[in-house]
Design a protein around this ligand. Structure first.
Ligand SMILES: O=C(O)CCC(=O)N[C@@H](CCC(=O)O)C(=O)O
Ligand SMILES: [Zn+2]
Length: 333
């Protein structure tokens, strides 16, 4: 049987007129790989949720999960009691099984569009428009959530973790949101207090949503994701769609919270890591270690208890080649 994902990858999902599922829930294809479900009129609904995946075309486990959720909604196995926007982010890259076609789309949000824009820049601008419209149409005063689901390029000492971008300037990081992630099987959270060009930062800042980039294991081709257990995430998202918005008061004791201390900048093509470029995420780094050298300048680890995340010496100059994180002893505001 064909699915919204298969139709999308085959190029068969143009914008479609809204219609109703047999349950009465509204469904509308907003764009290629973008589909919205809304509760039947009169049904009380709890929150507005954006569930995105495939912003990187080689990260397929979350794409398979989202495909299943969409199928369950369409088959009536999941009742729609929240407004939900599902997004397959970089459809062109998903077709190729590559991280991107021209450039990394998750470095292209929150920018000013230009007539010269290529594949990923145009798609990022369209996705910004869709999420803005989606949240605006839901109105103020409702819970707004955005989960941008990814998988990591290399191995990781901790399989599942979330990056929690800085909420709007007058807001602080929310313990309840971190506790919700734990219900979804994500027990490690990295607080990021700097601005960023990612999708989750965009929705956090521009749409006032509680937004997260969530890493769910290693990037593998379609059909090779059996080693990744997404059952808790699936159950949590099914619950959200069905109107169950948990409100845990306490962050469980086993949840680990880090903060991003610094980005490791790649300034030029001279950039060289002193570590293996495929080092596992969360590998500890000793104080005083020369981590990288770029144009004769050393990048030295100065933080106690530092660990590395997303090492990647192959990014273009001007982008981050990784992140340094440190334990967060309390939730900063
Ligand atoms: O494993 C890697 O190096 C990359 C995995 C990935 O795509 N991570 C996201 C994180 C985005 C964020 O910092 O919020 C990315 O690099 O875009
Ligand atoms: Zn990714």
């Amino acid at each position: 049987m064909t699915s919204f994902l298969h139709e999308t990858l085959a190029g068969n999902t143009a914008i479609a007129l809204p219609y109703c599922l047999p349950s009465g829930a509204g469904v509308q294809v907003m764009d290629e790989g973008v589909i919205r479900f809304e509760p039947q009129e009169g049904v009380k609904h709890t929150c507005d949720v954006v569930i995105s995946c495939g912003v990187h075309g080689n990260e397929t486990a979350p794409v398979e999960l989202v495909e299943q959720l969409i199928e369950q909604v369409c088959a009536g196995a999941i009742k729609v009691r929240a407004r939900v926007l599902f997004i397959f982010g970089n459809v062109a890259a998903l077709r190729l099984g590559q991280r991107f076609v021209e450039e990394d789309m998750n470095r292209l949000f929150s920018r000013t569009p230009d007539v010269e824009d290529g594949v990923e820049k145009r798609r990022a601008a369209m996705l910004e428009m869709h999420v803005m419209r989606f949240f605006q149409a839901g109105g103020e005063g409702r819970s707004r959530l955005h989960y941008d689901l990814h998988t990591a390029i290399h191995g990781s000492l901790i399989e599942k973790f979330a990056i929690y971008p800085l909420p709007k300037p007058n807001k602080s990081f929310s313990a309840m949101e971190i506790a919700r992630l734990s219900l979804a099987g994500v027990d490690t959270v990295l607080l990021q207090s700097t601005t960023s060009s990612t999708f989750s930062f965009f929705t956090s800042r521009q749409c006032d949503a509680a937004s997260f980039t969530i890493e769910l294991g290693s990037a593998r081709p379609f059909g090779q994701n059996k080693g990744i257990d997404l059952s808790k995430m699936a159950a949590y998202l099914q619950g959200l769609i069905q109107g169950v918005l948990p409100e845990p008061e306490l962050v469980p004791a086993h949840v680990q919270i880090f903060r991003v201390s610094r980005e490791i900048p790649k300034k030029s093509t001279d950039f060289k890591f002193a570590i293996d470029g495929k080092t596992d995420n969360f590998t500890p780094l000793p104080v005083g270690m020369v981590l990288a050298v770029d144009q004769g300048e050393s990048f030295v680890v100065t933080e106690s208890d530092a660990r590395i995340i997303f090492p990647n010496p192959d990014v273009p100059p001007g982008q981050r080649a990784g992140l340094i994180i440190v334990p967060a002893h309390h939730l900063p505001t």
